[in-house]
Design a protein around this ligand. Structure first.
Ligand SMILES: [Zn+2]
Ligand SMILES: [Zn+2]
Length: 276
């Protein structure tokens, strides 16, 4: 017993020496993981506390501080955060003029700094171990912004088959798989939303949206999504999940298909929101 305990300690020490833990965002070696600097008093969002609890131990002190939670004042429709940190939530100019097919979009944090880096490592760097803490972070916002009983279906924004095969996974689905109560086939007596992976399909590959203007984004996505054969969203409240929301055109294209198929309401939840 004593020997195996000592062996474990030795094995851990050896593993740390051979593979010293690195910051999950910037990659610097972590000298003393777990030492978390206190946040300044007066933070208006407890998502900072949640972020620290879930990811603080994997990040260097700089990257821990380099997270900006989405806080009021924001646009209650598209979720964009206003540069001025004073005043109440109000519709942004874009939503006031043209609106969206979805009703409310919310994101955990700004698409900047360590959150952006970790999402990038998850999607392109094969760091699937980040899916659990990032998924739990997403869940924390879900519980703060929605009443689970009010959401019937949770579904990821789909990738095109070819892109998903190349990547091996849909990052949005990977995130919700780590939610407490996640079940694709719920047991009897199940309450709360159903998680549906393939209700929406991407009919064709689209060019990456990055760097495209709004009009080009819209035409790029025309007809890109469809309801899967046999899927039904009739009279359901749907929560769409994605890793990042930029202008909202992708979420809008999905929401439009869902609303046309009879969905009562479509909301959007993402890890990050570009605040451009
Ligand atoms: Zn770092
Ligand atoms: Zn807006």
């Amino acid at each position: 017993m004593r020997f195996s305990a000592a062996g474990r300690v030795l094995a851990h020490a050896l593993a740390d020496a051979l593979f010293p833990p690195r910051c999950a965002a910037c990659g610097v070696f972590l000298g003393h993981p777990g030492r978390r600097p206190p946040r300044a008093a007066g933070d208006r969002s407890d998502m900072y506390r949640v972020f620290d609890a879930l990811l603080g131990g994997m990040l260097c002190p700089d990257c821990r501080k380099d997270f900006e939670a989405v806080t009021s004042p924001l646009c209650p429709c598209c979720g964009v955060m206003f540069p001025s940190r004073r005043g109440a939530d109000h519709l942004c100019g874009r939503c006031a003029v043209s609106g969206h097919w979805f009703s409310a979009a919310r994101a955990v944090g700004a698409h900047e700094g360590s959150l952006r880096e970790m999402i990038h490592h998850l999607k392109y760097g094969g760091c699937v171990q980040l899916a659990r803490p990032l998924g739990r972070l997403l869940y924390a916002l879900f519980r703060r912004a929605w009443t689970p009983e009010d959401v019937d279906l949770v579904m990821p924004v789909p990738l095109h088959g070819r892109r998903q095969r190349r990547r091996g996974f849909n990052q949005a689905w990977l995130l919700v798989r780590h939610w407490p109560g996640f079940a694709e086939a719920p047991a009897a007596g199940h309450s709360g939303p159903l998680f549906v992976r393939n209700a929406l399909v991407r009919r064709r590959a689209t060019r990456p949206q990055t760097g495209l203007g709004r009009e080009t984004r819209l035409s790029n996505l025309k007809g890109a999504f469809a309801l899967a054969p046999g899927a039904s969203v009739d009279d359901r409240t749907v929560l769409l999940i994605d890793d990042v929301m930029t202008t909202g055109t992708t979420a809008d294209a999905c929401a439009r298909v869902l609303r046309a198929a009879g969905a009562r309401r479509v909301d959007v939840l993402t890890l990050a929101r570009a605040m451009g």
